[in-house]
Design a binder for this molecule. Structure first.
Ligand code: APR
Length: 287
């Protein structure tokens, strides 16, 4: 980070007592988890994520959609939090009233040191029945050579779904088309679905309420790695701005939020956030 913006962002962060950190897929990009709008590769390149992430797609072809989420879960399990996640944890350590709100369905904030982010779009690790909503166990992961790969290997941009890479529950190699039949609910026998929010579905109301409340009461909102295209999540920074809190954005490219931001920090989260923490608290050893 160079120029006057980082210093100004550092001052805003140091002055904040109730910061909100609002994150999207770009937060985990440097951990090797592809963003939602990245081109898919391997088995999945002919599918558009926006078409797989719907209830209609799951109903039409449960094994295709479950297989895609299982592949993503395997990819995330092999990924590690990056210095950006650790910088967010450093902010929360400095400012205990920090609220982290994420659109991501991975668990990298938790593993990076933020135990309970507000999850607007659910989790890859909370499957539930598609009919009765009973929580279902996460399928057991089979041991595969790839599962022991070094963390750096997680940066492969294929989300761990290249042919022959993912392993289905029970240790069998995945079928070549990536389909995995979802487990049956232990209560009613209906197919288990991923515990994520699909396009067209309502956000979990408790999470949305918590996010709106935090954004309404914050004195700084730091938005990181989101295209701000998917609503209602994208309104969270607008709530903060409307009520007078400065908004600082971290993203390598412009987004619709640029105009409302006090400071736009152009760059990758894994570099910009640790530098921001150092700018706010020069004695900090974050990231
Ligand atoms: N650091 C910071 N930002 C980055 C980085 C990085 N290293 N790499 C990419 N980005 C930015 C991109 O420029 C883009 O603006 O991250 C953003 C990712 O945008 P999306 O893929 O649209 O992800 P997100 O905003 O989280 O999407 C919102 O849409 O598809 C649904 O439910 C899904 O939660 C997701 C939601």
């Amino acid at each position: 980070m160079t120029g006057p913006e980082p210093a100004e962002a550092g001052r805003l962060l140091a002055a904040a007592r109730r910061p909100v950190v609002f994150t999207g897929a770009g937060m985990s990009a440097e951990s090797g988890v592809p963003t939602f709008r990245d081109a898919q590769t391997g088995l999945w390149e002919r599918y558009d994520p926006q078409e797989l992430a719907t209830l209609a797609a799951f109903r039409a072809d449960p094994a295709l959609v479950w297989g895609w989420y299982e592949a993503r879960r395997h990819g995330v399990r092999r990924a590690e939090p990056n210095p950006g996640h650790r910088a967010v944890a450093a902010i929360a350590a400095r400012r205990p009233e920090t609220v982290v709100i994420t659109q991501n369905v991975d668990d990298l904030h938790e593993r990076g040191g933020v135990p309970a982010p507000v999850r607007l779009h659910g989790s890859l690790f909370a499957p539930r029945c598609s009919a009765c909503a009973r929580p279902a166990p996460i399928p057991e992961d089979a041991t595969a050579p790839e599962d022991d790969a070094a963390p750096g290997d997680a940066a492969a941009p294929d989300d761990g779904v290249a042919s022959g890479d993912a392993v289905a529950p029970g240790g069998m190699p995945e079928p070549p088309d990536g389909r995995v039949t979802p487990p049956a609910c232990a209560g009613c026998g209906a197919p288990v679905r991923p515990g994520v929010v699909w396009f067209g579905e309502a956000l979990p109301s408790a999470a949305l309420d918590a996010a709106v409340e935090a954004a309404s009461g914050c004195d700084l909102l730091l938005t990181v790695g989101t295209s701000a295209l998917v609503h209602p999540a994208a309104e969270i920074p607008l709530v903060a701005a409307r009520l007078g809190a400065p908004v600082v954005q971290v993203n390598p490219v412009p987004t619709p939020l640029d105009a409302i931001c006090a400071v736009n920090l152009r760059g990758p989260a894994g570099e910009v956030l640790p530098a921001l923490v150092r700018a706010a608290w020069p004695d900090a050893a974050a990231g």
